[in-house]
Design a protein around this ligand. Structure first.
Ligand SMILES: Nc1ncnc2c1ncn2[C@@H]1O[C@H](COP(=O)(O)OP(=O)(O)OP(=O)(O)O)[C@@H](O)[C@H]1O
Ligand SMILES: Nc1nc2c(c(=O)[nH]1)N=C(CO)CN2
Length: 176
C-alpha cells in the first residue's frame, strides 16, 4: 500500500469548484482523508489573489511516487491549469503538489529528482500545506523535518498562520 499527501491550491476562477473537481478525480484512487478548506494569503509572490488550499491523503496499493505525480498533473490539466514559465509561484486555477509519499512497508520515499523531489522541498515552509495536513492528521510527520505540529510553530510558518482563514462552510467531502 503506498500512501501520498497531496496539496491542492487554487486562486483563479471558481476556486472551490476547482478543488472539488480535483477531489472527485482523486476519489478513484481511494482517498483516505480530505482536509477542510482554508483561505490563505499568496505565498512567494504576493501580488495575486488569495488562495483556497486543502490537503488530501490518498492510498493505492500499486501506485509509485511517479504515478502520484502523473495523477496530480492530470488533475491540474482537468482544472485548466496554464503554466506561465515567466512567473514562479504565480496564480493558477489549480495546483496539485505531491508533498510526501510512503512506500509499501511505510518508509518515506526520498528523491532529489527535479521532476519529482520528495518530500516536496518547500512544504516545511508553507502554512497553507501544514495547517490542512495537521487538520486531518495531528500526528503527521514530514519526512526529514519532523512533526507537522512542531513545524507550525516555527517562526516563518507561525507568522503566516495569522493570515489564514478556515472556511468550514466550504466542504470538499462528498455529498453522497
Ligand atoms: N513534489 C513535487 N510535486 C509536484 N511537482 C514537483 C515536485 N517535485 C518537483 N516537481 C516539479 O516541479 C515543477 C514545477 O511544478 P509547479 O509548476 O507545480 O511548481 P509551482 O507550483 O509553481 O511551485 P511549487 O512546486 O513550489 O509549488 C514540475 O515540472 C514538477 O515536475
Ligand atoms: N497561499 C498560497 N500561496 C501559494 C500557493 C498556494 O497554493 N497557496 N501556491 C503556490 C505555487 O507554488 C505559490 N503560492
Amino acid at each position: 500500500m503506498t500512501r501520498a499527501v497531496l496539496s491542492l491550491g487554487s486562486n483563479l476562477g471558481d476556486r472551490l469548484a476547482h478543488l472539488r473537481a480535483a477531489v472527485e478525480l482523486l476519489r478513484a484512487d481511494a482517498i483516505v482523508e480530505v482536509s477542510g478548506v482554508y483561505e490563505t494569503p499568496p505565498w512567494g509572490d504576493t501580488e495575486q489573489p488569495s488562495y483556497l488550499n486543502a490537503v488530501v491523503i490518498v492510498e493505492d496499493g500499486a501506485a509509485t511516487a511517479r504515478d502520484w505525480l502523473t495523477r496530480a498533473r492530470a488533475c491540474e490539466a482537468a482544472g485548466g491549469r496554464v503554466r506561465d514559465p515567466e512567473r514562479r509561484f504565480g496564480p493558477r486555477t489549480l495546483d496539485v503538489d505531491v508533498i510526501a509519499v510512503w512506500a509499501d512497508g511505510g518508509e518515506p520515499v526520498v528523491d532529489d529528482d527535479p521532476e519529482l523531489t520528495l518530500p516536496h522541498p518547500r512544504a516545511h515552509l508553507r502554512a497553507f500545506v501544514l495547517l490542512p495536513w495537521h487538520d486531518v492528521r495531528p500526528d503527521a510527520e514530514l519526512p526529514g523535518h519532523g512533526p507537522v505540529g512542531a513545524l507550525l510553530d516555527t517562526p516563518g510558518v507561525a507568522a503566516d498562520l495569522a493570515g489564514v482563514t478556515p472556511r468550514p462552510e466550504w466542504s470538499l467531502e462528498s455529498m453522497e
